[in-house]
Design a protein around this ligand. Structure first.
Ligand SMILES: O=C(O)c1ccccc1NCC(=O)[C@H](O)[C@H](O)COP(=O)(O)O
Length: 220
């Protein structure tokens, strides 16, 4: 199982995630209580293991902003969190080549009347035909935000909509040590991603929670 520990704001937490077995760490450039600047991330990444993936999370669809941040910060991947924009993914692939891992986020709205299953299916069909995208991350969205919500979506309802997608699927949204095994059992993803569920406080990771989350992500 590929494991990404997201929304890191300091070197100690990112190193801890790596030490405990995470495959990737994330840094949020999107507006958030965990938002970091390119300068902060540029100071952190040189001290991380070279084998650890370093993913920047972007809400913007401004290609130049993403490219400049990628080049300045030592990232290995970008997570496109601001909606599906195939042109943006293609342009980033063209500009950054194989050096970048491109993760496309899609959302499951947990409040309101959205027809999530149909929308998710539609987006996955488009993504399946798009070579520029390496993997898909499905995350919860609610009135308060579209990332780091700490709220899980209805896995049973999503299961069917996700089943036809044969690419790399990463599940996020409200995952915690207590529910990670159930999420994996329900959705059989390629990877998992967490931000608030392993924190002691916003932007600060908790060693015990990290340990339990990573242990719970292992196959049984
Ligand atoms: O983590 C944030 O604060 C955040 C804010 C805005 C956009 C994205 C954000 N995080 C991106 C991630 O990949 C998170 O891990 C994912 O949204 C899950 O968060 P959580 O529900 O807190 O585990």
């Amino acid at each position: 199982m590929w494991i990404k520990i997201c929304a890191n704001t300091n070197l100690e937490d990112a190193l801890l995630a790596a030490e405990l077995g995470a495959n990737a760490v994330g840094f949020v450039f999107a507006p958030s209580k965990r938002q970091v600047t390119p300068a902060q991330v540029a100071a952190i990444t040189p001290h991380l293991p070279s084998t650890l993936e370093k993913i920047g999370v972007f809400m913007t669809r401004d290609e130049q902003e993403i490219v400049e941040t990628f080049r300045l910060t030592g990232l290995t991947g970008v997570q496109l969190h601001g909606g599906l924009d195939l042109d943006l993914a293609r342009d980033l692939r063209k500009e950054l080549g194989d050096a970048v891992t491109i993760i496309q986020t899609i959302h499951w709205t947990v409040d309101g009347e959205a027809n999530n299953a149909e929308e998710v299916r539609k987006q996955l069909r488009k993504i399946a035909q798009e070579a520029a995208i390496d993997s898909v991350l499905i995350d919860s969205k609610n009135a308060k935000g579209a990332g780091g919500t700490g709220v899980s979506f209805d896995w049973a309802a999503a299961r069917e909509a996700l089943a036809d997608y044969s690419g790399k699927l990463i599940v996020a949204g409200g995952l915690r040590p207590e529910n990670i095994a159930a999420a994996i059992a329900a959705l059989n993803p390629w990877g998992v991603d967490v931000a608030s569920g392993v924190e002691a406080a916003p932007g600060q990771k908790d060693r015990e929670k990290l340990l339990r989350f990573i242990a719970g992500s292992q196959p049984r």
